[in-house]
Design a binder for this molecule. Structure first.
Ligand SMILES: C[S@@+](CC[C@H](N)C(=O)[O-])C[C@H]1O[C@@H](n2cnc3c(N)ncnc32)[C@H](O)[C@@H]1O
Length: 401
């Protein structure tokens, strides 16, 4: 069995592959009648179009296994580069009773996170962006130690504090904007910080403060695109060097790709989403004809349950939002069918982006890992739970000395 690559090798190869293939993974098939890369890769378009629905669904769920695209895209190498070990946990199993007041999935995530925290005996424990402090409470009960949780929303602090008191957990939830300058006071060389699913800039701030102060960190990052920067600025020196050397430049939309998964939503929600997408694509065909411009026109999203009853109703709503006057005598059925045809095609073309999602996410986490390493930390990177429990299942465990 070949040896698994070091993090430094992974980071370098992933930068090269993401940069080399960016003309294919960056364009969103939804926005183009023909993907911009179609002319250069006609065989790839043909093999994607020829996939049946079952094969397409299988590749959406698992883009790296038995992929018919392996002849044309670096499937095997990407698969090897994103293969990370499961980080070992320690300590006894958590009491199932502690799941009370948490959603089932959240409890399972917390139960997988806590034993992997590798709590330092004398550190003061801090949760970053704690919500109602589910993780803080569990940590406190598991280790029988005090935990402070920082959370921005007063209502969450209030509800979470009440839960902690009811359960006798030694937790203080403190209202704190972690992006504010005074958030720095919570981190010292003796602090150990836990952050489960802290979004973009929120975990970015944690990494920078921990690097400055030397605080230990256990972090499962999330939502890399939730950032004030329109263009990604690598955290690490090495990340900046590699990005420049290979010409990899990431926009906020590119970062969003790393977390767009076909999650296992209930069947009726999936059906609803498919119909909504087909209608949007049908409207796209209509607006291109009405405006006489072969260009995508973004239409705002509609909350679940607000979708008009019919395709014509949806198009009238969308046209009104875009101040577009629709002519009389539109052949609604023809445009609706065109939307369904495009939907099937877009789903297949999207498989190219699927293939690069996890590699992009792993690259972003390697950049964070490298930043901490450059600041003198010893950093472990691996998974803390199965992807079915949460696709954001990567964990960084870092401490200095
Ligand atoms: C994705 S949730 C994660 C919550 C919790 N860690 C969990 O896994 O259940 C992110 C949390 O960050 C909080 N948050 C957002 N912006 C914040 C800020 N600037 N300072 C502190 N907390 C913030 C939100 O209110 C929310 O509770």
């Amino acid at each position: 069995m070949p040896e698994s690559p070091s993090h430094a090798e992974r980071f370098a190869r992933l930068t090269a592959l993401l940069a080399e293939w960016q003309p294919l993974w960056r364009p969103m098939p939804f926005q183009h009648r023909r993907p911009p890369w179609a002319e250069a890769h006609p065989d790839l378009v043909d093999s994607l179009r020829s996939l049946d629905d079952a094969e397409c669904a299988r590749l959406q769920a698992d883009p790296f296994t038995a992929s018919p695209l392996a002849e044309r895209l670096p499937v095997a190498e990407l698969a090897a580069l994103v293969e990370l070990p499961e980080l070992p946990g320690e300590g006894p199993c958590l009491s199932a009773q502690w799941a009370e007041h948490m959603g089932g999935r959240k409890w399972q995530q917390v139960a997988a996170f806590v034993p992997r925290m590798a709590a330092l005996p004398r550190a003061s424990l801090l949760e970053w962006c704690a919500g109602k402090g589910h993780l803080s409470r569990t940590l406190s009960r598991h280790l029988d130690r005090e935990v402070t949780g920082l959370e921005w929303q007063a209502a969450l602090c209030h509800d979470g504090q009440a839960l902690a008191e009811r359960q006798g957990a030694r937790v203080q939830l403190v209202r704190q904007d972690v992006l504010a300058p005074d958030a720095a006071r919570w981190l010292t060389a003796d602090t150990q910080v836990a952050a489960l699913h802290a979004c973009g800039d929120l975990h970015g701030r944690l990494i920078e403060l921990a690097a400055e102060q030397g605080s230990a960190v256990t972090l499962a990052p999330c939502c890399y695109h939730r950032t004030a920067w329109a263009h990604y600025r690598p955290f690490s020196r090495r990340g900046r060097e590699l990005a420049v050397a290979h010409g990899l430049s990431l926009s906020r939309e590119d970062l969003a790709m790393a977390v767009q998964e076909t999650v296992t939503a209930p069947r009726h929600v999936r059906r609803h989403r498919e119909r909504a997408n087909a209608w949007r694509l049908g409207f796209d065909a209509l607006q291109r004809q009405v405006r006489g411009r072969d260009a995508y026109l973004p239409v705002p999203s509609l909350a679940y349950g607000r979708m008009p009853e019919s395709f014509a109703g949806f198009c009238r709503w969308a046209a009104e939002r875009k101040r577009l006057a629709l002519p009389a005598g539109i052949d609604w059925r023809a445009f609706e069918q065109e939307g369904q045809r495009r939907q099937a095609e877009v789903t297949r073309l999207e498989l190219v982006r699927h293939l690069f999602r996890r590699p992009l996410e792993v690259w972003l986490v390697l950049d964070r890992q490298r930043r901490l390493e450059e600041a003198g930390f010893r950093v472990e990177l691996g998974t803390f739970c199965a992807r079915e429990l949460t696709p954001r299942n990567l964990l960084l465990r870092a401490s200095r000395g």
